[in-house]
Design a protein around this ligand. Structure first.
Ligand code: ZN
Length: 177
C-alpha cells in the first residue's frame, strides 16, 4: 500500500542538495516512492511534488495538475511520474505566475518561468517520453525540476514585493490572472 510521507520544509538541508540520477526505474524502492509521492501530493492538495521534498535525494518528481482548493484553475491530468527529467528547449517568452510550495507553507510568490518547454523524461515503465508543456503545467514542471537541483521558488522571485502570505493570496483572487 502507498502511504503519505512527511514533507520536509525550508531549512532542511536535503532540500538544498543536488539530487542523484535514478539508475534503475524498475527498482521496487523507486516504484514504491512513486506511489507514495502521488499519495502525498494528493493528500496535501499539491499539483506536484519532488522526491527531495520527502528527503529522497533522487531525480524524480510527480506532475499532478488538477483543480483543487489551492489551485482552483489548474487543468486536470493523471498524476505522472517523471524520472531523470530534462528541459531540452524553451520559449523565449517568460511569464510571471503565482506559486506556492508544500515545503514553504504559508507563502505565495510571483515567479518568472518559461511559457513553453520541451521536455524529456523516463516514465515509470522505463520508456523515454518527449513532451511539449505550456502555461501552468510547464510552470509545475519547472518548479519541480528546480527541486532536483536544490532550488526553491523563492530563490527566483525578483522582488520581495512579489511575496504574499497564503491568507492574503486567497483573499485577493484578482492575483490569479
Ligand atoms: Zn515545491
Amino acid at each position: 500500500m502507498s502511504e503519505s510521507l512527511p514533507i520536509i520544509k525550508l531549512g532542511d538541508r536535503t532540500l538544498r542538495q543536488t539530487a542523484a540520477f535514478v539508475k534503475n526505474v524498475h527498482d521496487a524502492r523507486i516504484q514504491k516512492l512513486i506511489d507514495d509521492l502521488i499519495t502525498t501530493a494528493t493528500n496535501a492538495n499539491g499539483v506536484g511534488i519532488a522526491a527531495p521534498q520527502v528527503a529522497e535525494s533522487v531525480r524524480l518528481f510527480i506532475v499532478a495538475s488538477r483543480p483543487n482548493p489551492r489551485y482552483p484553475n489548474a487543468p486536470e491530468m493523471q498524476p505522472t511520474a517523471m524520472i531523470n527529467p530534462k528541459i531540452v528547449a524553451h520559449s523565449t517568452e517568460v511569464v510571471k505566475g503565482w506559486e506556492g510550495c508544500l515545503s514553504v507553507p504559508g507563502i505565495r510568490g510571483l515567479v518568472p518561468r518559461y511559457q513553453a518547454i520541451q521536455v524529456e523524461y523516463t516514465d515509470r515503465n522505463g520508456q523515454l517520453q518527449k513532451l511539449e508543456l505550456t502555461d501552468f503545467v510547464a510552470r509545475i514542471f519547472q518548479h519541480e525540476y528546480d527541486h532536483l537541483d536544490g532550488i526553491v521558488f523563492i530563490d527566483r522571485i525578483e522582488s520581495s514585493l512579489d511575496i504574499v502570505t497564503e491568507e492574503e493570496y486567497q483573499k485577493n483572487v484578482s492575483y490569479n490572472t
